[in-house]
Design a protein around this ligand. Structure first.
Ligand SMILES: NC(=O)c1ccc[n+]([C@@H]2O[C@H](COP(=O)([O-])OP(=O)(O)OC[C@H]3O[C@@H](n4cnc5c(N)ncnc54)[C@H](O)[C@@H]3O)[C@@H](O)[C@H]2O)c1
Ligand SMILES: C[N+](C)(C)CC=O
Length: 490
């Protein structure tokens, strides 16, 4: 089996130590690949390559339309190699192959969207108040970007960073999660094939506390974009202060899903399941906190529990599988410890709360869909991100009450409101302190709309034209057409 390598300064290389890591399929714990394992020194080499390419290379001054054309090729190659990429993603994460196909479509669309935006920002001429002068605002690349991504949507989250950084003329060093690097390695091959110049896009592999930490502490990195957990985000923000680098943080969520009594009942039940149990709940925007109006609460809970009992766990490559395993043994233990906390806090466990007994699932990191009722807002199981298939359910009696409850969280990533009274739904949506609010839906995201959090879910935005602007510096150029002495010091 060939070793997955890093891509530094246009070369596929192994780490300077020669260390490697085995990549495991979470469905059956089989080794699916071996990759090189870097450390700080490998990160430094990649940063130096990106620094040199930015300071001495042509990428930043290449016409934006040419950069866009290269990124469009990456989109085309992702579509061409979709099957291989999707298979790798499912092997690496355990997610169903249907989800991976959808992810690859989304990823190709992301590269295509930013390719199309590449040459659309021609700057702005502003009305100067000073006679005989010209005032222009232009956008320039930030410089060297460090990009750190998580394991739950490995290539999707990386693509939200790679595509805008490159079309804006930056150089970069990307670090995927050490446990799910395979599709990112493959996309670096596609970027090489598309003609991204040597040194512009670099890939390092290895753990966060060495390879990743070097990206946030290096004086040669100008921007760090991070997607991952809140505690890691705090460390990165602190480390980034060494050279006041620009920081973008896409962190976790504990996302309220609000069901009013006048919602379309069956659709809201179906979508409540999708909101929380999709990808075994390992979604930053999972609707893991369900708030149901009291008058329909008992009927709604009964319907959700009955449907959740039928969720088919299994091999993501088998037809009919609706959900795969959790990512690792360690992560499953974390989910189990949260369920224990919920029980100790007095939440009532009405479904799951254990590993499945099916003999076919014993080698995977599976956990049953789990539901708690009689939850109250200040329980840890309601407040903290479990990142697994665990739903908490609370009751409410008025729009005011549910707005207060939904906002009573340190997070602010996403939320949803279900009601046929659109005025009421819009009022609630306008009061929720979250980066994305869905009305009568859950989960949609697409390249045209920005994504990001309020409060401790982070700051900065990915996707949309704002997602491109994050990778630019704004410069004002003022030109005096008739220079005169100032006459101040005569
Ligand atoms: N807001 C979003 O859009 C979004 C999207 C996906 C995932 N997430 C969040 O990601 C989390 C799950 O991902 P995870 O478990 O991989 O997160 P994590 O924070 O453990 O790791 C994320 C990445 O950071 C690296 N890392 C770890 N320690 C580091 C350090 N000290 N310095 C630099 N890098 C370091 C890891 O190696 C990995 O590549 C959840 O909280 C989820 O909500 C958020
Ligand atoms: C941002 N999203 C929803 C694609 C993945 C979050 O984990």
């Amino acid at each position: 089996m060939a070793i997955g390598r890093m891509y530094i300064d246009g070369q596929w290389v192994e780490s300077h130590t020669g260390n490697t890591r085995e990549i495991i399929n979470p469905f059956n714990q089989e080794v699916i690949a071996t990759v090189t394992e870097g450390d700080e020194k490998d990160s430094q080499l990649a940063i130096q390559a990106a620094r040199k390419a930015f300071d001495k290379g042509d990428w930043a001054t290449t016409p934006a339309s040419e950069r866009g054309a290269i990124i469009q090729k990456v989109a085309d190659f992702i579509r061409r190699d979709k099957e291989e990429l999707a298979k790798l993603e499912s092997l690496d994460t355990g997610k169903t192959i249907i989800e991976s196909y959808a992810d690859m479509d989304d990823i190709a669309n992301v590269f295509q969207y930013f390719a199309g935006l590449a040459d659309k920002n021609g700057g702005e001429v502003i009305q100067s108040p000073i006679p005989d002068s010209e005032s222009r605002v232009v956008r320039e690349p930030v410089g060297v970007c460090g990009q750190i991504s998580p394991w739950n949507y490995p290539l999707l989250q990386a693509s939200w960073k790679l595509a805008p950084a490159l079309v804006a003329g930056n150089t970069l060093v990307a670090k995927p999660s050490e446990i799910t690097p395979l599709t990112t390695i493959k996309v670096f091959e596609l970027m090489e094939e598309a003609g991204v110049p040597k040194g512009v896009a670099n890939l390092v592999l290895g753990p966060g506390n060495t390879v990743g930490a070097e990206l946030s502490t290096s004086l040669d990195v100008d921007l760090i974009s991070f997607t991952g957990g809140i505690e890691t985000g705090k460390k990165i923000m602190q480390a980034a202060s060494v050279n006041v680098k620009k920081v973008a943080l896409e962190l976790g969520g504990k996302n309220p899903n609000i069901i009013f009594a006048d919602a379309d009942f069956d659709t809201a039940v179906d979508q409540a399941l999708n909101a929380v149990f999709f990808h075994a709940g390992q979604v930053c925007s999972a609707g893991s906190r369900l708030l149901v109006e009291e008058s329909i609460h008992d009927r709604f809970v009964e319907a959700v529990v009955n449907q959740a009992k039928k969720i088919k766990l299994g091999n993501g490559f088998e037809e009919g599988t609706q959900s795969g395993p959790l990512i690792s043994a360690e992560h499953r233990e974390k989910v189990e410890s949260f369920v224990q906390i919920g029980i100790e806090e007095g939440a009532e466990l009405v479904l799951g709360g254990k590993r499945p007994e099916d003999p076919k699932l014993q080698n995977g990191f599976f956990y049953e869909p789990t539901i708690f009722i009689n939850c109250i807002s200040d329980m840890r199981i309601v407040q903290e991100e479990v990142f697994g298939p665990v739903l908490t359910i609370e009751k409410f009696n008025s729009a005011e009450e549910v707005i207060e409850k939904a906002n009573d969280t340190i997070y602010g990533l996403a939320g949803a409101v279900w009601s046929t009274d659109i005025e009421k739904a819009e009022t609630v949506a306008s009061k929720l302190r979250m980066g994305t609010v869905w009305i009568n839906d859950f989960h949609p995201y697409f390249p045209q709309a920005p994504w990001g959090g309020f409060k401790q879910s982070g700051f900065g935005r990915e996707l949309g034209h704002i997602g491109l602007e994050e990778y630019t510096e704004v410069k004002h150029i003022f030109r005096n057409k008739k220079p005169q002495p100032a006459g101040w010091f005569v």
